[in-house]
Design a protein around this ligand. Structure first.
Ligand code: FES
Ligand SMILES: [Fe+2]
Length: 386
């Protein structure tokens, strides 16, 4: 049958002995960071171009020469499968006069990429390997030319990219050992994509991350039943460097509420990888939310539904699959409720009546998230300000 995630020997993250909230307290913050084009440019430079971002799903380019593209915040990146099974990535930018080298979003079994303008040729790592009428150029100008390298690595069945290229910290450093161990228990690399849904939403990517950094809205917006609202009061929020973990006990398992509470089995486990990757994990399925900025207040919002694979001829698996399908239909409706709020935020983003946010201590992750962005813009990390 399907994989059953379990805490095993991992530390308890939620339970009667675990503190529910970091010491942040209620706070206020300016609304400016959602609409300020100057800050957005600084975020492109210091946040989006320096941290690990979700590039796509590994199963979408399984064979050597297969490739996918990433498009977001003014960047276009090609990610390729290498002959040794590893991954490489480079800016999809012809170094001759600048157009994108590949026009399609993905492809198979490529050996070379040829720019459609004058025919410069790049290998699958982005290195320039061919120039028509080469004798007309200066050899010095052509020496070591390549489409700039982007760091790429795989974990959890996803390919991750970092625009710092060779200067990027390791993916392990970006995700953090605690988060990797906890999220790793779900075995996402063995899961399969049920569906990916994409929305174009008229707000900052940060407004979307905010919605996943609190559970305060689920009662009103998502009409959650009173027992879920009550269970939310027992949720534990953890700050893990730039990232976050949050565990909400599922009401039907509160009878097991003791120091051995197995959050992988009995809670909704929620992980946010800075700056814009969110994992919402249930024992049987995972949603990955990925708001990719297209502009200061426009976002391409991707939602991946992952389920465990199996044999449809097995009645037990077929029953699981049917349950997952039904649940996913419901969940898309829930995400639609969040999207309806983004439309309301669109109406007020220029309003002189919208000045600041008043946050409860249960919304402390929002405060911390925006503080982290401000810190990065100043070229600092949390370790520098401890
Ligand atoms: S712009 Fe690409 S070959 Fe000229
Ligand atoms: Fe929501």
């Amino acid at each position: 049958m399907v994989h059953v995630p379990t805490r095993g020997t991992l530390p308890a993250r939620v339970g009667p002995q675990i503190r529910t909230m970091p010491e942040y307290g209620p706070s206020k913050m300016s609304r400016q960071s959602y609409t300020d084009p100057v800050q957005y440019e600084l975020e492109r430079e210091h946040v989006l171009n320096k941290h690990w971002l979700l590039g796509g799903r590994s199963e979408d380019f399984p064979n050597p020469g297969d490739w996918i593209t990433f498009e977001g915040h003014g960047e276009t990146i090609v990610i390729t499968r290498q002959p040794d099974g590893g991954v490489a990535a480079f800016h999809n930018v012809c170094q001759h006069r600048g157009p994108a080298i590949v026009g399609e979003l993905k492809g198979c079994r490529a050996r070379r990429f040829t720019c459609p303008y004058h025919g410069w040729v790049y290998d699958t790592t982005g290195k320039l390997v061919g120039v028509p009428e080469r004798e007309d150029f200066s050899e010095e100008h052509l020496r070591d030319v390549r489409a700039p390298k982007v760091a790429a690595d795989e974990w959890g069945g996803f390919v991750w990219i970092n625009l710092l290229g060779d200067k990027a910290p390791s993916l392990e450093e970006g995700l953090g050992a605690d988060l990797m161990a906890d999220l790793g228990a779900f075995g996402m690399d063995g899961m399969t994509v049920y569906e990916v849904v994409e929305w174009d939403v008229p707000v900052s990517y940060k407004a979307i991350v905010d919605g996943f950094n609190e559970i305060y809205h689920v009662t009103e917006l998502h009409h959650s039943p009173p027992e879920f609202t009550k269970a939310c009061r027992k949720a534990a929020f953890h700050i893990s460097g730039d990232n976050y973990m949050c565990f909400v006990p599922r009401p039907q398992h509160l009878d097991k509420w003791d120091e051995n509470f197995d959050h992988h089995k009995w809670a909704i486990c929620h992980y946010v990888v800075f700056p814009n990757t969110v994992f919402n994990c249930n024992p049987e399925h995972i949603q990955v939310f990925n708001p990719i900025p297209l502009g200061v207040d426009r976002t391409r919002f991707l939602c991946w539904q992952l389920i465990y694979p199996g044999d449809m001829a097995d009645p037990e698996y077929a029953e699981y699959f049917a349950r997952m399908s039904e649940h996913w239909m419901t969940l898309k409706g829930v995400v639609g409720e969040d999207i309806a709020i983004y439309e309301q935020l669109k109406r007020t983003k220029q309003s002189s009546g919208y000045r600041e946010h008043i946050l409860s201590d249960h919304e402390c992750k929002i405060h911390r998230y925006h503080e982290t962005i401000a810190l990065k813009i100043r070229g600092k990390n949390w370790d520098d300000v401890k």
